[in-house]
Design a protein around this ligand. Structure first.
Ligand code: ATP
Length: 327
């Protein structure tokens, strides 16, 4: 099977071709870079309409043969971006006369790691810009075991860096600055299986305004935020009895987060898998790969049913592509 995937939930106008027989994924991405501040939904949607035709054309030119299905991100994400990409996907599926597959973006973030790792039933940590979830599979669905009570983890980091005057995205800049930092006290908020990032983000801004060296704030922000994610991931492993953890989402590109999760897994004899960076940040490759699984399971949608959903939660998805023995 050969599937064209299209991603466009926020910043990445991305198209990919997954060729199952060749076991290859070609990804072409054009990133939206705000002139100032964070992601502006209208500008991001304009970027989608400008960039999607080109990335799709490039991906199709790389495809070695006919396309068997078109998959796209139905949500969650920014409504104006999703609608633009949904329109492109519907038009392409109709033009190519192939089935249309509507993919949940957060499930795609975790499925790419599960499939690459070969793990049976891992706990999944999605640490992305607009989200933060810990998930586990049970009886046909990915259950949300823990999640952010307020802002997404990457968005919290980006809000701090905007305050400091650094350009978007802030995560890589915090990672770099943290290398020269020392620990200062910042809030650490885990409530049961959920975490909160808005308090630590405000405290980090205050510490910076009060003259704490920015390197120290970055170091401490990373240490606390990633320890919160690691604590909940560990509790989820313990409660589910799983000994496998996979990481998904753009914040997963951070080496310190991967180090903390890897050490925690080592200490409890669990296995840990983090996909390569091109599959962690938003990308159409994960949409094409899950799209192929869904198409094979017959989980396709008609154009009439294919409305996008900016609030599409991962636990709303019926997992049609895994057999029950894996629950
Ligand atoms: P979602 O997948 O929830 O829709 P998103 O669309 O914002 O999120 P992602 O590509 O998953 O996209 O994640 C982007 C986020 O990752 C940004 O907030 C960015 O600052 C953060 N990020 C990127 N690289 C790093 C890094 N090295 N360390 C920490 N955060 C990072």
């Amino acid at each position: 099977m050969r599937v064209l995937g299209i991603e466009g939930t926020a910043w990445a106008a991305s198209a990919a071709v997954y060729d199952e027989d060749a076991d290859s994924v070609f990804i072409e991405t054009d990133a939206y870079q705000p002139d100032s501040g964070g992601i502006h939904p209208r500008e991001a949607a304009e970027h989608m309409s400008d960039a999607v035709p080109e990335v799709v054309e490039t991906a199709l030119a790389e495809a070695d043969g006919d396309i068997d299905a078109v998959s796209f991100s139905r949500g969650p994400g920014l409504g104006p971006c999703l609608r633009t990409v949904g329109t492109a996907a519907r038009a392409l599926a109709q033009t190519l006369d192939v089935p249309l597959v509507g993919v949940n973006h957060m499930v795609a973030h975790l499925e790419i790691g599960r499939q690459q790792s070969g793990f049976d039933s891992p706990v999944c940590l999605n640490a992305s810009g607009a989200n933060a979830h810990v998930l586990g599979y049970r009886n046909g669905r990915y259950r949300v075991l823990g999640e952010t009570m307020d802002t997404g983890v990457g968005n919290a980091i980006d809000k701090f860096t905007r305050h400091v005057g650094w350009s978007h995205p802030g995560g890589p800049k915090v990672e770099e600055a943290a290398k020269d930092g020392e620990y200062v006290e910042l809030p650490y908020v885990v409530k049961g299986m959920d975490f909160s990032f808005s308090g630590i983000m405000s405290a980090a801004k205050d510490a910076y305004d009060d003259g704490t060296p920015v390197e120290d704030v970055c170091y401490s922000l990373q240490e606390n935020v990633f320890a919160m994610l690691t604590e909940v991931a560990e509790r989820a492993l313990s409660l589910t009895g799983s000994d496998e953890l996979v990481l998904g989402g753009g914040v997963g590109q951070n080496a310190r987060l991967r180090e903390m999760l890897g050490e925690m897994c080592d200490q409890r004899g669990a296995s840990f898998h983090a996909p390569e960076p091109r599959f962690l940040r938003d990308n159409a490759g994960m949409i094409a790969v899950l799209g192929a699984e869904m198409a094979r399971a017959g989980d396709t949608i008609s154009v009439e049913e294919s409305a996008v959903d900016p609030d599409f939660r991962p636990d709303q998805v019926d997992v049609t592509w895994r057999s029950d023995e894996e629950s």
